[in-house]
Design a protein around this ligand. Structure first.
Ligand SMILES: Cc1cc2nc3c(=O)[nH]c(=O)nc-3n(C[C@H](O)[C@H](O)[C@H](O)COP(=O)(O)OP(=O)(O)OC[C@H]3O[C@@H](n4cnc5c(N)ncnc54)[C@H](O)[C@@H]3O)c2cc1C
Length: 444
């Protein structure tokens, strides 16, 4: 379990669950701002965007992040997991993080921009629509400029959020100079994304034992070297998993095979039945897989891999158990496409909140949050701590989606309005703000 690194905080602060102003001032510089959001990705962005649209001035908000722009992690993960900007994002999207009104939907905007009726039925029936990744990124960039996001951003890594004796919180970060400093605020919002990368247990064991990050990779980390090596020399890849992520990796392997005339062999190993193909595009590459099976370069196997170890010639051997016995597969690379969620305690800030901040685990072992996305048990005087995104489950909508993040932003803003931090937004003001948004005019 994580927590703040030793050396960042003096022992007096490390051990104490509530901090007084003099204790912190003796250890590091302290600045005041009423609202701090930690993470700076899409979850922070959606929340800050809504606060700004409600009329909260930029000086009252700070975004602490290691990112250069809010979509950076999303962009990286989509790129590494084989979703180019021109591709449509996989899961479909009803929310849009760059527009608190969710209007026009991505579908309606695309129909208008491309003068195409194709997205209209989905838009009118409010069905999820898969926009292009590039559309999502461009919208976020435009809205970030409009709300002055860069001016609210503080570059740094947060180590701990602790309750303040007189209410509110201290958020300790280190910036590029490595020196700790703190923000004292009444409200803190955590949107720290996925708490970490978790490999399948046998692959995690292999990595810990042999320290090999070249032959065994996750599809959610940089692994371009695998495709480059296969272009240089024919090889075998084992793809682990049967969902959409595995489908994208298989597709890349097949497209490289066709484009460069490669002799790549692919073994796909999964535990449960593959997702059924849907849509003409998906059916087309499924046909290519059938062709691969017929010609012997694609092999699909259902079973449980319980051991991976080094094999002859610097390769890796996977031992697979299935009905009818055990089998060994020798490959040059293994790509983990299972995308297992990491435990929230892998994240140092969340681990500390569980240990000393009053937070507790809720359903699916995520942080327990109320309907307002306030972290249960972590209140501090008249201050409140909120969490959204993969670390918190939320109510009704999947938390780790644009729509879930937007729902959280709406609930948090409503709670901050009740608490008097945020001005209410009536229908006339909301319409005025929407018109400004539609014309790209900065928020006031
Ligand atoms: C490949 C892929 C495709 C997706 N497609 C869709 C889709 O089609 N539709 C949809 O609705 N959703 C989709 N999602 C989900 C969506 O991207 C996520 O819901 C969203 O990005 C999560 O936002 P977040 O702010 O919680 O996390 P992120 O965007 O990951 O941002 C969190 C940031 O916090 C930073 N951070 C963490 N700890 C600290 C710290 N201690 N100090 C400072 N900074 C810190 C991290 O570096 C990270 O950059 C997709 C996700 C992926 C990976």
């Amino acid at each position: 379990m994580g927590g703040p690194r030793r050396g960042i905080l003096p022992p007096s602060l490390l051990e104490s669950p509530r901090w007084s102003d003099p204790m912190v001032a003796a250890a590091m510089p302290v600045a005041d701002v009423p609202f701090v959001t930690v993470g700076g990705g899409i979850g922070s962005f959606a929340t800050v965007d809504r606060l700004r649209v409600h009329g909260v001035p930029a000086e009252r908000i700070r975004v602490i992040t290691d990112l250069d722009h809010p979509a950076q992690t999303y962009e990286r993960l989509t790129r590494w997991s084989q979703l180019p900007p021109t591709a449509r994002i996989g899961t479909g999207s009803r929310g849009r993080p760059d527009a608190p009104w969710c209007f026009p939907s991505y579908a309606l905007e695309e129909a208008w921009r491309e003068r195409s009726p194709r997205p209209l039925p989905g838009a009118l029936l409010r069905r999820p629509w898969s926009p292009r990744a590039a559309t999502v990124l461009a919208g976020l960039e435009r809205e970030a400029a409009r709300i002055g996001y860069a001016d609210m951003t503080v570059k740094g890594s947060v180590h701990v959020v602790r309750r303040r004796e007189d209410g509110g919180y201290f958020t300790v970060l280190t910036g590029p100079d490595g020196a700790p400093r703190a923000y004292r605020s009444r409200y803190v919002h955590l949107a720290v994304g996925r708490p970490g990368l978790r490999l399948l247990p046998d692959l995690q064991r292999y990595r810990s034992e042999y320290g090999d990050r070249v032959r065994v990779v996750s599809a959610y980390e940089p692994h371009e070297h695998v495709y480059a090596a296969l272009r240089d020399k024919a090889g075998t890849v084992m793809v682990r998993g049967g969902g959409g992520l595995a489908a994208r990796v298989l597709r890349r392997l097949i497209e490289d095979r066709e484009a460069h005339g490669l002799q790549t062999r692919v073994v796909q190993a999964f535990r449960t039945v593959l997702a059924r193909p849907s849509g003409p595009e998906r059916r087309a590459w499924q046909a290519r897989l059938r062709d691969g099976a017929a010609h012997g370069w694609y092999h699909c196997v259902r079973g449980v891999v319980d051991l991976v170890e080094p094999g002859p010639g610097g390769r890796v051997v996977a031992h697979l158990r299935r009905e009818g016995g055990r089998h060994q597969f020798l490959s040059d690379f293994i790509i983990d496409c299972a995308a297992l969620p990491a435990d929230i305690a892998e994240h140092q800030v969340l681990a500390d909140l569980l240990a000393r901040g009053g937070a507790r685990r809720g359903p699916l072992d995520r942080l327990e949050v109320a309907r307002s996305f306030e972290v249960t048990g972590a209140a501090s005087g008249d201050g409140a701590l909120y969490a959204s995104g993969p670390a918190a489950l939320g109510v009704g909508v999947p938390a780790d989606t644009f729509r879930g993040l937007q729902r959280a932003a709406r609930e948090i803003t409503a709670d901050l309005t009740r608490r008097g931090f945020c001005p209410p937004l009536g229908p006339v003001a909301a319409t005025g703000q929407w018109l400004r948004w539609a014309r790209g005019v900065p928020v006031r």
